[in-house]
Design a protein around this ligand. Structure first.
Ligand code: SAH
Length: 350
């Protein structure tokens, strides 16, 4: 990264102060913030003087990431992006089209250090945290890409389910959420945002008190500690009892139900005894279970279950009054899953 100030990371008041330090007034700050939301580079900010544009590009940065590749699925229009950061690192994102608007899956770290057995993002560990500006820029640049390729449209919903563990980069993620919600900025309602975590209990409790109405998704993937430990190293630090208590605490403090992600892994977490145990543990909780077919990751020897098995598991949970859906697979033809595109590009350059 450079030592230039990334002005996409600034709140309106901070931008005003920064612009004032360059000897310019509030009006200029407002003009600049309108350009930032549109994803413009300094040379495109045509209502600013050339001298100011030059001064800005010497002192600061405005597009900390750029889309270096985009691939659209022929099946469902899902679009995958490879972004390049200003230091050359690569991250990725996916846009999914739903009837309630376009959703962007945002990355929070380059790589991840959580070590989940089934996840491609974690295979090389965590390279670094993303800044709030780099997260915001993913949304801004995709909006720009949509306008340029489709004429209109924008991202309505955001899910923090790209590479990285959001709660392992807590301060920047919370800053990003507030920036996303900024009326002068993208103005995205936090009710349209989901944050997914592998279950870092103390940070979940902290998030419950931030006053941010985001939906918390918890990657559970198991009905008990013994199975969860086979898949997710974080469960050695925080057991399921503590994790579910933190979920209850989140529900109490925010009034919002928690979503549990459950990827079906053959011979590991997919038989009826798992469904029964899960139903028992979640009884009485304001929650919803999302069943996900595992995306096979070549490097790991974990396999997905059949469609029939998923449906049977779903019915078993429904019979026990658990609210449950099966997540639609999207972008199957474009390596839609976590970390897969970045890995295939990194391997090409190896
Ligand atoms: N670190 C966060 C968010 C990123 S992962 C978390 O753990 O929740 C987003 C979701 O994709 C998580 O539920 C994760 O468990 C799931 N996931 C990762 N690899 C997968 C795979 N190969 N198949 C299915 N789901 C996967």
């Amino acid at each position: 990264m450079t030592d230039k100030t990334d002005i996409t990371s600034l709140f309106p008041k901070e931008l005003e102060a920064f612009i004032a330090s360059l000897g310019e007034g509030k009006f200029r700050a407002k003009q600049i913030s309108e350009w930032i939301v549109r994803g413009a580079q300094f040379h495109e900010m045509t209502n600013l003087s050339k001298a100011l544009r030059e001064k800005l590009s010497e002192r600061c940065m405005v597009v900390p990431i750029r889309i270096s590749e985009s691939i659209q699925s022929k099946i469902d229009g899902t679009e995958k992006y490879l972004y390049e950061l200003s230091d050359g690192n690569l991250i990725e994102g996916v846009r999914m089209r739903y009837h309630h608007g376009d959703t962007l899956c945002v990355s929070t770290q380059v790589g991840c250090r959580m070590g989940c057995a089934f996840c491609a993002s974690t295979l090389d560990g965590c390279v670094r945290n993303l800044t709030a500006g780099e997260m915001l820029s993913q949304v801004i640049q995709v909006n720009r890409h949509i306008r340029e390729t489709e004429g209109e449209g924008r991202i309505h919903n955001v899910v923090l389910m790209g590479s990285g563990e959001p709660l392992d980069n807590y301060d920047e993620v919370v800053r990003f959420l507030r920036l996303l919600n900024e009326p002068q900025g993208l103005n995205i309602s936090l009710r349209n945002v989901s944050l997914s975590t592998c279950g870092i209990v103390p940070q979940m409790k902290r998030l419950a008190k931030e006053g941010l109405p985001v939906t918390l998704s918890v990657s559970l993937h198991a009905p008990n500690d013994a199975i969860r430990r086979k898949l997710m190293p974080i469960s050695n630090a925080y057991g399921m009892g503590e994790l579910l208590d933190a979920c209850r605490y989140y529900i109490e403090n925010t009034g919002r139900r928690v979503i549990f992600e459950y990827a079906m892994v053959r011979d590991v977490n997919s038989d009826f005894s798992c469904a029964d145990e899960l139903a028992k543990r979640l009884r009485g909780m304001q929650c919803h279970v999302n069943l996900i077919p595992l995306n096979d990751v070549k490097e790991r020897n974990l396999l997905s279950t059949t469609e029939k098995e998923i449906q049977a598991f779903q019915r078993r949970l429904e019979d026990k009054h658990v609210s449950v859906t099966r997540r639609r697979e999207m972008g199957d033809d474009i390596q839609g899953a976590c970390g897969q595109l970045r890995r295939s590009r990194l391997n090409q350059t190896d």
